[in-house]
Design a protein around this ligand. Structure first.
Ligand SMILES: Cc1cc2nc3c(=O)[nH]c(=O)nc-3n(C[C@H](O)[C@H](O)[C@H](O)COP(=O)(O)OP(=O)(O)OC[C@H]3O[C@@H](n4cnc5c(N)ncnc54)[C@H](O)[C@@H]3O)c2cc1C
Length: 402
């Protein structure tokens, strides 16, 4: 990869969102990626993912996505800025390495946020050191964007809950050691009748019904639950509060999806600049044309505005603020923006841009799903719009009470 990406991230690190430890972390993960991700083999994604999780754990990078020093985490809470810097850098080098790190955090986030001491002790240290793989099972065939429509049921039976139904599009499905599963317990209709459970992969009644292939391959599956008995002690938080726990988890990891988008975009930008500076045509180079300069300028603007939104959301969350609106803005802008930046880089490469195996072709496939998962762009727009109206209603009520 060219030096351009280094310069950009380096200058962003001077922003007031960061502390000296973040600059050290960014330098450390960059060096690690250069050393460890050189010979990555994507032929067997399951084996590569397992290997990457072990390596990331051994190097200490997974600790930042786990809350609680006593449970193997780096700090008392999940360090959002650190997770974002890690994801941005990993994504710049390898989509699969970014995926491996992201899933450990997303898959265990609800345990960090809402687990008991026993649950945290049992799962989090292994997530942090890379010896147990985590997964987050929220989506269903008939409940994707409309999460509250989920049907997978959890029926109380003595000291256990019995789970029946399907979850689909589950990342790490098939290789995870445990799944955080959201299920309908029925305390109230819709979102208020959902609870969360930690389900070990070897639980009788849980099976991998189907492996799913996608354009940027990573482990993905449909899970089928047929009378899977899960001890009551595996419930996360209180009955009926699972939806809130899922949303709190997404508030953290949505910002990190935006950070990964930024990493992909930075890589595409570097490839685009190199190509523009070297490709000879019409007696000069591609970069000499003003049309090309305008394209590069647009790419740079999109990247900087995404970075500002990502690290504003991450910084705010690390200050303990609610970041629902800011995380949604970051995810929307950075994922859609990265798609545009990558598309422009493909265009700058001409035919090479669509040749299988070139960096920009791989980035083109890699970015697409990020505009869909953890809330599609349209869902982020709704979150922002509703939040604005809610803030207006609260302000109006305040004025009326005066
Ligand atoms: C690669 C990949 C990995 C994933 N990993 C996981 C995982 O680990 N765990 C998990 O639980 N899920 C995971 N998912 C599922 C993902 O979260 C869902 O695909 C996503 O929420 C969209 O749901 P859906 O696919 O059912 O699409 P639908 O809900 O059917 O939505 C289709 C489209 O409708 C549009 N749309 C949605 N809402 C509105 C609206 N209100 N107004 C107008 N348009 C709208 C959007 O453009 C959306 O893309 C993953 C998905 C992918 C592709």
């Amino acid at each position: 990869m060219s030096a351009n990406t280094e310069l950009d991230l380096h200058s962003a690190l001077a922003w007031p969102f960061f502390e000296p430890r973040h600059r050290e972390l960014a330098a450390g993960i960059e060096a690690w990626c250069r050393e460890k991700l050189k010979h990555e083999d994507h032929k067997d994604v399951d084996a590569t993912c397992r290997h990457l999780v072990r390596e990331l754990g051994a190097a200490g990078w997974l600790k930042y996505g786990v809350g609680g020093v006593a449970y193997g985490g780096h700090g008392d809470t999940i360090d959002t800025r650190a997770v974002c810097l890690l994801r941005e850098t990993l994504a710049k080098h390898s989509g699969l390495a970014d995926f491996a790190l992201a899933m450990q955090g997303l898959g265990s986030g609800a345990i960090s946020l809402g687990g008991t001491h026993e649950q945290k002790t049992r799962y989090l240290p292994r997530v942090a050191n890379g010896t147990a793989l985590a997964a987050f099972a929220l989506s269903e065939p008939e409940a994707g964007s409309d999460v509250a429509a989920m049907a997978l049921s959890a029926r109380e039976d003595g000291d256990a809950y019995v789970l029946d139904g399907d979850k689909t599009w589950i990342s790490n499905g098939g290789i995870a050691d445990f799944y955080v599963v959201f299920a309908r317990t029925g305390e109230a209709p819709g979102a208020r009748g959902i609870s969360a459970f930690i389900v070990d992969a070897d639980t009788p009644g849980l099976e991998i019904a189907e492996r799913i292939d996608v354009i940027a391959p990573h482990p993905l599956a449909r899970l089928h639950f047929a009378g899977a008995r899960v001890p009551r002690s595996q419930m996360l938080g209180v009955p009926g509060e699972g939806f809130k726990l899922a949303m709190r988890t997404l508030d953290i990891f949505r910002t990190s999806v935006a950070a990964a988008s930024l990493g992909f975009a930075r890589h595409a930008m570097a490839e685009g600049i190199s190509r523009a500076a070297s490709r000879k045509m019409f007696g000069q180079t591609l970069g000499d044309f003003q049309l090309t300069q305008a394209k590069l300028a647009q790419m740079a603007l999109t990247i900087d505005s995404s970075a500002l939104l990502v690290y504003r959301a991450a910084w705010l969350r690390d200050q303990g603020e609610s970041v629902t609106r800011e995380a949604a803005m970051a995810k929307w802008h950075a994922s859609e923006g990265a798609q545009q930046v990558i598309d422009a880089a493909v265009q700058l490469h001409g035919g090479m841009g669509v040749q299988s195996g070139t960096a920009v072709e791989m980035l083109y496939r890699e970015i697409r799903a990020l505009r869909i998962y953890e809330g599609a762009t349209e869902v982020q727009q709704l979150i922002i719009g509703r939040d604005l109206l809610k803030a207006h209603a609260a302000a109006t009520a305040g004025d009326n009470a005066k």
